[in-house]
Design a protein around this ligand. Structure first.
Ligand code: 8DG
Ligand code: MN
Ligand code: MN
Length: 377
């Protein structure tokens, strides 16, 4: 409806890291549709098209009001012909044929289910589909060789595909903090990822750990893992050592988008709400005989950073994924700098720019500071 005062033209800067994107998305119908097309493109191995749809969705997420007419979008960045057509179809007909037929397609559904198994990427899912494995039943029965991560992923499929709540994230934080405090007193644990951005649910819980004395954090992950294992908290874990050497494979080098911190990608065994704290008063209602385990599996990521890199690691692990991607693109194309979760390198001055806080990194990049709750691009 183009009724006078109701009609708003929008304007947003072109990089997601130049604007605020809260969780209050006024255009969820449109952004869900574009995100589905982004998923589909990524599942088809077309990362470029996937990013294009994600950027388009992110522009709509940043708008202060619902879009009612495509003419309102004139001059907005990142809205290509394809995205505009989808938006137009939804605004005019209530739905987009392309989106709905994609949603219903057997290939899309199979790829979603199979990549929904922790440890399964697009290539593996695609190979299985060509071998006739299109659902979990077939996967369980026909049993192609599964690695350790995939075995755990399949075993805990239902739990891992149920969103983690904020209360569960807090309960996990308590466990992680206890583990960290007992193996390295003085170390600091920070909740990162979507929960730091204020999300109410997540697909996992992310933590960044450091120690105020540089070097003390070395070897922390294996110690935390041992503690968690001795407490029976871990259903699965895969630990990686720190392999970052400034200058050798720092941000100036191309191969640097991979993270090189000590990390642990894990699955926690979290006691259920009823069993936490208040003892087992409701035992019968949620015991195993009721078909309900007294615990549930939750994906947890632990990352350890030396304190000198903490601000970069915090910025890098807070997300959203698109916000991170846009920060790096801004740095490279607008500032001739290379940003990673370890450092910021100025290609013109040929030196690393130090930062002790996220605010300082935004300042180095010539960007207005965007707080975590506004990085939901
Ligand atoms: P969710 O879990 O609530 O669904 O969303 P999220 O918390 O935003 O997503 P995430 O997949 O847990 O990722 C959180 C941030 O961590 C995101 O900005 C990307 C970043 N991240 C990984 N893996 C890696 C990695 O291997 N290297 C780097 N540099 N960052 C990573 O998830
Ligand atoms: Mn997360
Ligand atoms: Mn994560």
């Amino acid at each position: 409806q183009r009724r006078g005062a109701e009609f708003v033209m929008f304007s947003v800067p072109s990089y997601a890291c130049q604007r605020r994107t809260s969780l209050d998305n006024r255009n969820a119908v449109l952004t869900d549709a574009l995100s589905l097309l982004a998923d589909n493109a990524e599942l088809s191995g077309d990362e470029g098209r996937g990013v294009a749809f994600r950027r388009a969705a992110a522009v709509l997420k940043a708008l202060p009001k619902p879009v009612t007419d495509t003419t309102q979008l004139r001059g907005l960045p990142c809205l290509g012909e394809h995205s505009l057509r989808v938006i137009k179809d939804i605004l005019e007909d209530g739905a987009s044929d392309e989106v709905e037929s994609t949603r219903r397609s057997e290939r899309y559904k199979a790829l979603k289910v199979l990549t929904g198994v922790f440890g399964v990427g697009v290539k593996t899912a695609d190979r299985w589909i060509r071998e006739g494995i299109r659902d979990l039943q077939r996967l369980r029965d026909s049993g192609p060789a599964l690695n350790r991560a995939q075995q755990a992923g399949l075993q805990h499929y239902d739990d891992l595909n149920q969103p983690v709540t904020r209360a569960e994230a807090d309960a996990i934080a308590e466990i992680v903090e206890r583990a960290v405090a007992s193996v390295l007193p003085g170390a600091q644990t920070t909740l990162t990822g979507g929960f730091r951005r204020g999300k109410l649910t997540g697909h996992d819980v992310d933590f960044l750990i450091t120690h105020p004395e540089e070097g003390r954090e070395e070897g922390l992950v294996p110690k935390v893992v041992s503690w968690l294992e001795s407490e029976g908290v871990l259903l699965y874990q895969k630990t990686a050592r720190n392999s970052y050497l400034e200058g050798r494979d720092g941000p100036g080098r191309p191969s640097s988008s991979m993270d090189r911190f000590e990390t642990c990608f894990s699955i926690f065994k979290l006691p259920r709400e009823e069993k936490r704290g208040a003892g087992q008063t409701h035992g019968a209602a949620c015991g195993p005989e009721a078909g309900h385990k007294p615990w549930r599996a939750v994906r947890v990521d632990l990352v350890v950073s030396p304190v000198s890199q903490f601000a970069f690691a915090l910025l890098g692990w807070t997300g959203s994924k698109l916000f991170e991607r846009e920060l790096r693109r801004w740095a490279r194309h607008e500032k001739a700098m290379s940003l990673s979760s370890h450092a910021l390198y100025d290609n013109k001055q040929r030196r690393y720019l130090r930062a002790a806080s996220e605010e300082e990194i935004f300042a180095h990049l010539g960007l207005e500071f965007i707080p975590p709750s506004e990085r939901n691009a």
